[in-house]
Design a protein around this ligand. Structure first.
Ligand code: G1P
Length: 287
């Protein structure tokens, strides 16, 4: 079955970006002039996704509004002869259907994904976490969709290699190497200390599952941090079904952290000649 739907959890509090996230959803913080969520949605659209399901929470409605039309602003721009800008904002939500569901309590990533169950039904689907921006010739999530279709398995999760000292920041897999960059999952652990980590293969927040993952999400107890962890459901599922991990090709920006956010901003700015010069001049001046 073709993968047409993607779940993007956006209900988190974004505490790493306080005080900005006191009033602005973290997902709406821009890299230059584009909200981070817009970049993640573009990745999904470029991978052939036609329906996005946001798992949202109270106070973050502006994420859905961003993908809606704003006729008042469009008319204003039209009358002011600002046609490029009018087209720019008209285009935002035009290529994809946006649906949303509420996560009434923030009980973890596993719980958030489970909230999307009524809108997924029995179709396979993609999951993208907004904390990572993935860039590559082939969009990150498309690499996983292609592998899922090729292997006809129950799920494929994205991987990247991390230094052992950083395993406690990610879900880490225990896998059996099948071919270059492809591993069959035996187990998965959420944020293990380096000494307990089964490998240095971490999950950057890109997944593809068939709908059976929901049955496993129903079975898990609270895990690390007292939250329902997606990792624990994957671990259970891997014991009974075939799940693969695929190393993602391309560049990853960890925009959930201040360092990754800054790096992404510089990378994006460097693609514009004028802004690139500003970076060079600023470094000379301030560093
Ligand atoms: C979540 C997942 C973790 C994954 C990470 C990627 O953790 O639980 O397995 O590696 O996203 O960003 P979080 O960063 O939300 O704590």
């Amino acid at each position: 079955m073709k993968i047409k739907k993607a779940v993007i959890p956006v209900a988190g509090k974004g505490t790493r970006f306080l005080p900005a996230t006191k009033e602005i959803p973290k997902e709406m913080i821009p890299i230059l002039n584009k909200p981070m969520i817009s970049i993640v949605v573009e990745e999904a659209v470029n991978a052939g996704i036609t329906e996005i399901i946001f798992v949202n929470s109270r106070g973050k409605e502006c994420i859905e509004n961003y993908f809606d039309r704003n006729l008042h602003l469009e008319n204003f721009l039209k009358e002011a002869d600002k046609n490029d800008q009018e087209l720019l904002i008209k285009d935002i939500g035009s290529k994809v259907e946006i649906l949303s569901v509420r996560q009434k309590e923030q009980l973890g990533l596993g719980h958030a994904i489970n909230c999307a169950r009524p809108l997924i039904g029995d179709e396979p689907f993609a999951v993208l976490l907004g904390d990572d921006i993935m860039e590559g010739e082939v969009p990150g999530i498309k690499q996983l969709i292609d592998k899922y279709e090729e292997l006809s398995c129950s799920g494929v999760i994205g991987l990247f290699e991390v230094p052992k000292s950083e395993t406690s920041k990610y879900g880490i897999i225990d896998g059996e190497k099948k071919t270059e960059g492809l591993f069959k999952l035996n187990a998965m652990v959420e944020k293990p200390m380096p000494k307990d980590a089964p490998s240095n293969l971490a999950v950057p927040g890109r997944y593809v599952f068939d709908s059976e993952i929901f049955d496993f999400l129903d079975k898990i107890p609270r895990g690390v941090g007292g939250e329902y962890q997606l990792t624990d459901a994957i671990e259970l599922m891997a014991k009974e079904r075939e799940i693969y991990g695929a190393i993602l090709e391309g560049t990853r920006f960890d925009t959930g952290s201040m360092e990754g956010y800054l790096e992404a901003t510089i990378a994006y700015a460097s693609r514009d000649e004028k802004l690139k010069q500003v970076i060079v001049d600023s470094i000379k001046k301030y560093i």
